[in-house]
Design a protein around this ligand. Structure first.
Ligand code: KG4
Ligand code: ZN
Length: 310
């Protein structure tokens, strides 16, 4: 079965074709980053309009790349939410219209289920069951995954998502949008021991997260600190360490609570090298394994939606 996947939840138009026998046949992505950069964040109306411009050409490109015609597609999957409502509407309208015209089934996919299943696009994929840490720009959650479609949310962020905290702190450091990857790059030049950020909600039981306090702590630290590059890098380092430490503490707790031996990390922040390293160390200590998508499938893409739909 060949499924056309359509992702338009935020600032990326992602179109891919997944074949249940042969894997990914094509994968096209258009990022709107440049469009929103001048505003320091995503402008929803501009995002919707740009999806309208890009979606049909990208679908044609995906078919061409896979050497397929429309009649070779057996189903369509689109991101149903969560996301920007106007942007989602573009994907949903095109998906449903094409499915009607081509007389094939169409299915809405939860954006976070797409992220959760992204590691399944890799050669080295996890067996079920596992614990998934989903860390994106809009959501942070820990999920106990018993099998495909069997999810139990163990905890989630009660305020800012991990990616959001990265982006907001990056902005305070004067970095461009989207700041997460730029902050991570700056942190490489930083050294530890100069600043200490809190590890929110780790001193009490439970698996929920809170990141808005870290952002406030960052704002206060940055306001009273020198503006030279080394100081800024030291702050980036301490901030990243606090987020990653907090995530690692909660992952360890979730694995102990569920007895799972496999940890999956997915979503935009799972591209973060320091997070991958630290969770790799944790799983090594615990005698388990960690899995994550390759970098292009950490952030939003059509391939994860096509896979989840299939
Ligand atoms: O999953 P995603 O593409 O979009 C949402 O569903 O939100 O995640 C985007 C988020 C942004 O906040 C971005 O700054 C963050 O992922 N991100 C990173 C890194 N790469 C992307 N955060 C920290 N380190 C990175 N290397
Ligand atoms: Zn996402």
């Amino acid at each position: 079965m060949r499924v056309l996947g359509i992702e338009t939840s935020c600032d990326e138009t992602g179109i891919a074709i997944y074949d249940t026998d042969h894997g990914l046949l094509s994968d096209c992505l258009y990022s709107q980053v440049k469009l929103h950069a001048d505003y320091g964040g995503v402008v929803p109306e501009l995002a919707s309009r740009d999806h309208v411009r890009k979606i049909v050409p990208l679908i044609k490109q995906a078919l061409q790349q896979a050497h397929l015609n429309a009649t070779d597609i057996n189903g369509i999957a689109f991101t149903q939410g969560p996301g920007l409502v106007g942007a989602l509407l573009v994907g949903a309208s095109v998906a449903k219209s094409l499915a009607f015209a081509w007389n094939i089934p169409v299915v809405g996919v939860h954006h976070m289920e797409g992220h959760l299943l992204a590691p399944m696009l890799e050669d080295n994929k996890p067996d079920y069951p596992f614990v998934a840490l989903l860390v994106s720009g809009g959501h942070s959650m820990l999920v106990d995954v018993k099998g495909l479609g069997h999810y139990h949310v163990l905890g989630e962020s009660i305020d800012d998502a991990a990616g959001e905290a990265f982006d907001k702190t990056a902005k305070l450091l004067g970095l461009d949008y989207p700041g997460g990857p730029l902050l991570a790059k700056l942190a490489v030049e930083g050294e530890g021991g100069h600043y200490k950020f809190p590890r929110p909600m780790t001193d009490r039981p439970g698996l929920d997260f809170s990141f808005s306090g870290l952002k406030t702590h960052a704002a206060n630290t940055i306001r009273s600190a020198n503006k030279d590059r080394q100081t800024q890098a030291n702050i980036a380092f301490a901030f990243q360490q606090a987020v990653v430490d907090t995530l690692a503490i909660k992952c360890k707790r979730a694995l102990k609570q569920t007895g799972r031996k496999r940890l999956v990390i997915a979503g935009g922040v799972s591209a973060n090298k320091y997070l991958r390293e630290q969770l790799g160390n944790l799983m090594h200590q615990m005698g388990g394994q960690v899995f994550y998508p390759s970098v292009q499938y950490c952030t939003d893409n059509g391939a994860m939606i096509a896979y989840a739909g299939a």
